[in-house]
Structure formats: structure tokens, C-alpha cells
Design a protein around this ligand. Structure first.
Ligand SMILES: [Zn+2]
Length: 395
């Protein structure tokens, strides 16, 4: 049965400006038609009237981890300890966070690495309808050496053969991308924020393994020589990229690579906190440079999307911070919808309101182009044509 949706403002996020009193139809899981006022509308069995509201595509979080949260008030513990929790316990938390994403309007999440491969099981449970949550794009276990960032000792990737083995293990389980490390991180890693613990040959091996199945590699990398190594190895998606030089930004743009910007762990009130002095100083150093670096990337036209990296559902915050770097509000909406779908290689299925794509859309009380904070707390969230509460009931 066809359902007609009437919007006060329709933000299709196809690259076109919003349409006053726009409408669209969906049937089953997919959009079937989109139109402006006055255009002939096929007959519909049901009408959802959101005339006073803004309607836009479901949001896409380009980088997070379901097993950890910087804002876990129930059982606060450092991120590295959260990663080392027993798998079943992480799954229980992940179910809660999956629901938080969906309620916040996030209908697709790209998982950027999980121990115990929990993202594959979480995705399977959501796809089967056991629990409510966003579409999951899984990376599986981190590809990190013994002394690398995020290493818990569970999946260790040392040497070219060790790297290939773990890449293939992830790919066999259904990874859509592989996650490597081009530098240390704020919370762990011997290499600091610019040195790389993986060798060029290990990075190339991961890129080769991914490419063999038509997949790609994303690298956690802040900057320094690690950024150069990732670019030389053919890494497609650069995560964080907080310390990029002007020359590196130029090379990222020339390569057509993607950057996933993650403001939330650094700047959101529920981001990284209660840190030891060494970790706090690392955090301060990247926060100091990040907004200027992202501003330069915007000016150069680098391909970008946004991710919350453990502050579940905070895509409204990511969009608002992007505006502070010089992006227009319309551009910010595209970074968390259409552009993010391209970053995830899912642009044929999600990311905009267009016939043939999944009927993932959210209803906002007020127009986000007046204030991006209106993205917060949507009135309704639909994924594949089903309202979030209907998904809960079905579960
Ligand atoms: Zn991350």
C-alpha cells in the first residue's frame, strides 16, 4: 500500500534546495515518488500529514563503535577497558546504543571496529527484527599490530601474513570495510598522534585484501608521517585527520580520498572526560587544531562525512560543529545524509529522499536550516517505511 507523506519543508538532500509543501510516496521499504506542490500525485492508501514540519532523510553516522560510550553513566570506565569487556556484555550495551541512534534519527551507522566481532551479530539481529536499531555497516575487528592503538590482544595483526589473515577473517564474516591504524590515538597507542605502528607493506596488504572483494580500507589517523603512509598505501577513508598539514590536505583532495570528521569525542560535553594528564594533553592538542584543519578541508573541497565515535546519536552536534568551521547549514545537512552515503558507498540505497531508495526519513518540529540544533530529538523516525516505535513493537 502506498503511503503519502506531506511535509511543510521537504529536504530531499539530493543536492537541491528544500521544497515548501513538498511530498513523497513510499511503498513497503522504498520511496516510490517525490514531488512539489501542484505536481500530480499518484493515489495513496494512507496519508501522513507533517505539513507544519520539516522532513529529511534519516541521518548517517560515519564512524562509531557500538561497544563503547564516553557518556556511560551506568558503568563509567575508560574506553580501552570498555573494549575489553566480555563480548555478551558489550552486546547488551550495543543493543541500548543501537536504540539511542535510531531514536535520534540515525538510520545508518558505519561501525569502525569492534572486538568480539559484535557488529556482525548486532547487524544480523537488527536485520532479522529481533531488536530495533539502524542499518549497520560493519568493519569487524580492528586491524592493529601488537603495539597499535585500540589493541586489546584479541585480534593482533603483525606482519603482512598476520594482517592478511585478520582482513580475510573480517571479510569472511561480512565486513564492508576494513579498519587499520595510521597513528596512535588520544586514549591509547605507543606511536603518539602522528607515528604509524603498521608498516607500509602491512597497510598495502590490507588495501589489497579489501580491494580483492570490492571493499575499502578506513584508517584511524591523526596526521604526521602516518597520514602520508596511509595515502601512499591507497587508504580510501581517513578517520579523524585532526593534525593534517596544508600539503596533506592537498594530497587528500587530489587523491579523492574521504575524511570522517569526529568532533563529538573531542568537544561534546559527553565526549572524552575524566582523563589522566597525559591523555588530556593529547586531547587538548588535537582540539586546538581541528576546527582550523576542517575549515581548510572545506575550502579545498575535500570529501567529508561526520561521525560521533562513541557519543551515540549526537549527529545534530556534529552538524552544528561543522557549521562553526565555515560550512553552510544546507551543506551540513548533506554531510550527514547524501555525502555520508557516498562515503559509505551506499548512495544508491540511502542518503536522500528519491524514488527507489530506502524510505528512511525523519520528521523535525522546526526547520534545521533555521538552526541545526533542530536536528535534535526528531518528532518521528522512519526506517525502511516503518516508524521506530513500530520496529520496537515488532521486535
Ligand atoms: Zn573510533
Amino acid at each position: 500500500m502506498n503511503t503519502l507523506v506531506k511535509a511543510g519543508w521537504l529536504h530531499t538532500c539530493t543536492g537541491a534546495p528544500p521544497v515548501r509543501d513538498g511530498w513523497f510516496l513510499f511503498e513497503g521499504e522504498r520511496f516510490t515518488a517525490v514531488g512539489a506542490p501542484g505536481e500530480p500525485c499518484p493515489p495513496a492508501g494512507v496519508t501522513l500529514d507533517f505539513s507544519g514540519r520539516s522532513v529529511m532523510p534519516g541521518l548517517i553516522d560515519g564512524h562509531t563503535h557500538f561497544s563503547l560510550s564516553h557518556a556511560d553513566e551506568i558503568d563509567p570506565m575508560p574506553v580501552m577497558r570498555q573494549l575489553q569487556e566480555p563480548g555478551p556484555r558489550k552486546i547488551c550495551k550495543a543493543v541500548m546504543y543501537a536504540g539511542e541512534h535510531l531514536r535520534a534519527g540515525v538510520t545508518t551507522v558505519r561501525g569502525m571496529g569492534e572486538d568480539d566481532f559484535i557488529d556482525f551479530d548486532l547487524k544480523a539481529a537488527i536485520d532479522a527484527g529481533y531488536i530495533a536499531g539502524p542499518r549497520v555497516i560493519p568493519a569487524g575487528a580492528f586491524i592493529s599490530p601488537t603495539h597499535g592503538h585500540g589493541q586489546t590482544g584479541q585480534t593482533v595483526s603483525d606482519g603482512v601474513e598476520g594482517t592478511r589473515k585478520n582482513c580475510r577473517l573480517n571479510l569472511a564474516k561480512g565486513a564492508e570495510l576494513l579498519k587499520v591504524f595510521g597513528s596512535g590515538g588520544v586514549v591509547s597507542g605507543q606511536a603518539g598522534l602522528s607515528r604509524c605502528t603498521a608498516t607500509p607493506a602491512e597497510l598495502r596488504a590490507a588495501v589489497e585484501e579489501a580491494a580483492a572483494l570490492g571493499k575499502y580500507v578506513a584508517a584511524h589517523v591523526h596526521g604526521g608521517p602516518g597520514m602520508d603512509l596511509c595515502l601512499a598505501a591507497g587508504v580510501r577513508s581517513l578517520e579523524h585527520a585532526t593534525l593534517c598539514t596544508d600539503e596533506q590536505i592537498e594530497r587528500i583532495a587530489a587523491a579523492g580520498a574521504w575524511v570522517t570528521v569526529t568532533f563529538s569525542p573531542l568537544s561534546h560535553p559527553a565526549g572524552l572526560r575524566n582523563l589522566d594528564p597525559r591523555t588530556q594533553s593529547r586531547l587538548d592538542s588535537v582540539r586546538r587544531t581541528y576546527y582550523a584543519v576542517v575549515g581548510k578541508m572545506l575550502a579545498r573541497g575535500v570529501n567529508m562525512c561526520l561521525g560521533t565515535d562513541g557519543v551515540h546519536g549526537a549527529m545534530w552536534f556534529e552538524a552544528a560543529e561543522m557549521e562553526k568551521c565555515g560550512a553552510g547549514k544546507q551543506q551540513c545537512l548533506e554531510f550527514i545524509t547524501r555525502r555520508a552515503a557516498e562515503a559509505c558507498r551506499r548512495e544508491k540505497e540511502i542518503g536522500s529522499i528519491a524514488a527507489g531508495k530506502y524510505a528512511d526519513f525523519i520528521v523535525l518540529r522546526q526547520n534545521p536550516l533555521d538552526d541545526l540544533a533542530h536536528l535534535r530529538s526528531p518528532l518521528a523516525v522512519y526506517m525502511g517505511g516503518l516508524k521506530e516505535s513500530e520496529r520496537m513493537n515488532r521486535a
